[in-house]
Design a protein around this ligand. Structure first.
Ligand SMILES: *Cc1c(COP(=O)(O)O)cnc(C)c1O
Length: 423
């Protein structure tokens, strides 16, 4: 019954968010399942970008202070619109920088080695850029990353165990940085628990929300997280290289930015051009230079949808989509050698399904040739992200049918089992 096309159609009929698909540029002959790497363009995001270009055309330099959305205050204003999505209060979120630059900023601010506490705690499954940033911050403070970057091990190569992380929170740890959702397996870490345990041991803790923002709800402030950072181009659909975001808990307001620039200023004082920084009293202090207005503009339109719907409803549909996809994989692709590596449990699984298969590189190529856009992760992972705002249950059904044909007919054998440059 659940394997039928009619059942998929019925799920779409019952879906309260189905109408949002029309808000996006979805290609009629492609099934896009890569929204966790680069979300699709929406008409609202396009409009907000075009509006910003008009503002430049019309106002020139005065666009900084006039027009519908004066650029000088855009990072702060947008930050307050992102705040409900991560469960933050006014002034705690700023839209600025890139994920990696924001991690540098926050580490430069919160990593203050003192006495025995000199090490940074991370994990061995995190995204390389985060690890490189932490290694370079350690070196800047004169420590050897080989001894001072502690990376919690994974037992199965895919997931982390919170108990292991907690037992690594020793009195030598000065800072903890972990992902909210692991980028490969899609495992959700229990951010509330980890924060509580870190604070019991006097350690500040921050999270990388690249894969969790726009995918699951967060309550950063009520969990008492110290800081967080993320990109807006994955689930948030802000466009390639969209300006990123960061959160600093208001109990830390007043802490001087580790990496200062003139946009760290109190906005009233910025144009006094003094050589002594008077930093903003909120998370605005962690900006560095002039904001990339056109890389922020699409976020305005995109966010309006998230705030209109609310993260709870988006999460509800996302769970249904990934649950349905896993069910079809189990029933339709049995015996074809796929292993589902994401946590199955709803409390633990994020917005994508992670499959392992020894032939993954060329299965991904075969999927692309047949119009399905997956996301390959070396050496043998396939991430499939059916996104609540623009994917349908029918597309999930079709994807599994296409994959079944590729496997039944061994169509993947026409391709080389190697990855491309961007994968
Ligand atoms: C996508 C991603 C990044 C990318 O960082 P950029 O600075 O935007 O290039 C970093 N960390 C994680 C966990 C990611 O998923």
């Amino acid at each position: 019954m659940i394997n039928t096309y009619e059942y998929a159609r019925e799920l779409d009929h019952q879906d309260p968010l189905a109408g949002y698909r029309n808000e996006f540029y979805v290609s009629g002959n492609k099934i896009y399942l890569d929204g966790n790497s680069l979300g699709l363009l929406s008409k609202r995001a396009e409009q907000s970008l075009l509006g910003m270009i008009e503002a430049w055309k019309e106002h020139g330099i005065d666009g900084w202070t006039t027009g519908e959305r004066p650029w000088f205050y855009l990072s702060e204003n947008l930050g307050n619109q992102v705040a409900p999505i991560v469960g933050a209060d006014e002034g705690e979120v700023i839209v600025t920088g890139s994920t990696t630059v924001n991690l540098h900023q926050l580490t430069a601010t919160f990593y203050q080695p003192n006495g025995r506490r000199t090490k940074i705690l991370a994990d061995e499954l995190n995204f390389p850029s985060d690890i490189y940033a932490l290694q370079s911050q350690l070196k800047l403070k004169g420590f050897d990353p080989a001894t001072h970057l502690i990376q919690v091990k994974s037992n199965d190569g895919h997931t982390l165990n919170e108990e292991h992380i907690i037992s690594a929170m020793t009195d030598e740890i000065a800072l903890i940085v972990l992902p909210g959702i692991l980028y490969r397996s899609g495992q959700i870490l229990n951010m509330e628990l980890l924060t509580k345990e870190a604070h019991m041991r006097g350690i500040p803790i921050g999270f990388d929300l690249c894969h969790s923002i726009g995918s699951i709800p967060h309550s950063l402030t009520s969990w008492d997280v110290d800081f967080a950072f993320w990109c807006h181009y994955k689930h948030l659909n802000g466009g390639p290289g969209a300006t990123a975001g960061l959160y600093v808990n208001k109990k830390h307001f007043g802490k001087q930015p580790g990496l200062a620039g003139w946009f760290s200023s109190n906005k009233e004082k910025q144009f006094d051009m003094e050589h002594e920084l008077n930093a903003a009293a909120d998370s605005g202090a962690y900006q560095i230079g002039t904001p990339n207005i056109f890389s922020m503009a699409p976020i305005i339109g995109s966010l309006s949808m998230f705030n209109e719907i609310g993260m709870e409803k988006i999460r509800e549909k996302s769970l249904k989509l990934t649950g349905y996809l896993m069910e079809l994989i189990t029933t339709e692709l049995d015996g074809h050698g796929f292993i589902v590596r994401n946590p199955l449990d709803e409390e633990r699984r994020g917005g994508h399904v992670f499959l392992e298969h020894p032939e993954a590189p060329r299965i991904c190529k075969a999927l692309k040739a047949d119009g399905v856009i997956p996301d390959f992760r070396a050496p043998n992972g396939i991430r499939l992200a059916p996104v609540a705002l623009y994917n349908s249950f029918e597309e999930v059904w079709q994807t599994v049918q296409i994959l079944k044909t590729i496997m039944d007919e061994e169509k993947y054998k026409q391709f080389e089992n190697k990855r491309g440059v961007v994968a």
